[in-house]
Design a binder for this molecule. Structure first.
Ligand SMILES: [Zn+2]
Ligand SMILES: [Zn+2]
Length: 258
């Protein structure tokens, strides 16, 4: 069987989101140096009423963002460059997202839950602190938000599914049936499941979702795609070879191409 290589990085940020570094062309050049054949810029979408404005593009940046990607396509014809977006699902923002998606022709729309409605403000899903709740309950809150997001049918990639996970408790252990429901919903809405390698740069030291999810992903008949979640140019394609090797334990997974 031919050597399977991961050559597409479908999750890349830009400095327009105010917490990423470098110029967009530097991300492209890193991708070319690493032998990638395709990338997608998927910067953080603006949200209504200045919600979390410090970590995302401004609405007034969107034209510039799309135009910059078009310019890069002309400058670097040797690599395919997709125009995507990382869109937060947050209850109540569905209409806003729908309108934004209608205005710009994003090819890849990653659904991410970074915040859960009802949680204390500024609790990022990966740095929450609820001393009075069990992890199972917190995981469940988060997973139910993910499920509601998937079921809007607005997105085509499920981003970092287990972003919430903490090292002290596996997400699948107590919350497995919720994950299975999410994956079934993804299949209904033709979504791909992202393997996000940014977790390998963090304390958790695993991809999102970790590879123990792969049998469930396969069972649900879902394709996977890869994202480095690069916030600096050097992170493009981050540890794709390692991930590719680790995936050999899960043959016959389908890889999504856009
Ligand atoms: Zn994200
Ligand atoms: Zn991201």
């Amino acid at each position: 069987m031919a050597e399977q290589r991961i050559t597409r990085d479908y999750h890349i940020h830009t400095k327009l989101c105010k917490h990423a570094k470098g110029e967009m062309f530097e991300y492209v050049e890193t991708a070319i140096e690493k032998g990638l054949t395709e990338i997608a810029f998927t910067d953080h979408i603006p949200l209504p009423d200045g919600f979390d404005a410090a970590h995302r593009m401004a609405e007034s940046d969107l034209e510039k963002y799309v135009k910059s990607i078009e310019d890069l396509r002309r400058q670097y014809p040797q690599i395919k460059i997709r125009c995507g977006i990382e869109a937060d699902f947050y209850d109540g923002f569905e209409d806003y997202l729908q309108k934004t998606f209608a205005r710009y022709a994003f090819e890849i729309i990653i659904m991410s839950v970074h915040y859960v409605k009802g949680w204390p403000k500024n609790n990022w899903a990966f740095s929450f602190y609820f001393p009075d709740c069990s992890l199972t309950a917190v995981y469940s809150d988060y997973l139910q938000a993910v499920r509601r997001g998937v079921e809007t049918g607005l997105f085509n990639v499920l981003g970092h599914l287990d972003l919430i996970k903490r090292p002290e408790q596996s997400l699948l252990e107590q919350n497995r049936s919720e994950v299975e429901e999410i994956l079934e919903s993804c299949a209904r809405f033709n979504m791909a499941v992202e393997l996000n390698t940014s977790g390998l740069r963090k304390e958790i030291g695993q991809v999102y979702p970790d590879l123990s999810f792969m049998p469930l992903v396969k069972e649900a008949g879902l394709p996977i795609c890869f994202g480095s979640d690069a916030h600096e140019p050097w992170q493009v394609g981050y540890r794709f070879e390692d991930t590719d090797n680790a995936l050999k334990a899960f043959p016959n997974l389908t890889i999504k191409t856009f």
